[in-house]
Write a protein that binds this ligand. Structure first.
Ligand code: ZN
Length: 98
């Protein structure tokens, strides 16, 4: 089952990369368990994020990116306080569980 342009769920519950078939997770509860994670300053997101986060908040803000370890395609991106866990967590449920 296609999850999105980058991820596919196999019948056994494994989540794999759509581009290279590398296994990214073994359950729908943590589909990106084996992905590569990188955290950098928020300004590294590109020209749309120019001002330092310190102009707006006292908290450290970072750019978090998640990549496939097989082909290095970018799977997810977020800009969030570095002292907080990722807010881009998701999981799949069947309609019977919902
Ligand atoms: Zn891949």
């Amino acid at each position: 089952m296609k999850i999105n342009d980058n991820l596919r769920l196999l019948s056994g519950g494994n989540v794999v990369c759509n581009h290279c078939d590398h296994q990214l997770g073994t359950s729908v509860g943590n589909p990106l368990a084996y992905a590569i994670r990188r955290e950098r300053p928020s300004q590294d997101a590109g020209p749309g994020v120019r001002a330092p986060a310190s102009h707006f908040t006292d908290r450290p803000i970072g750019l978090r990116q998640v990549f496939c370890p097989g082909c290095y395609v970018l799977l997810a991106t977020e800009i969030a306080p570095t002292d907080e866990p990722s807010y881009r967590h998701w999981e799949l449920r069947s309609q019977a569980e919902a």
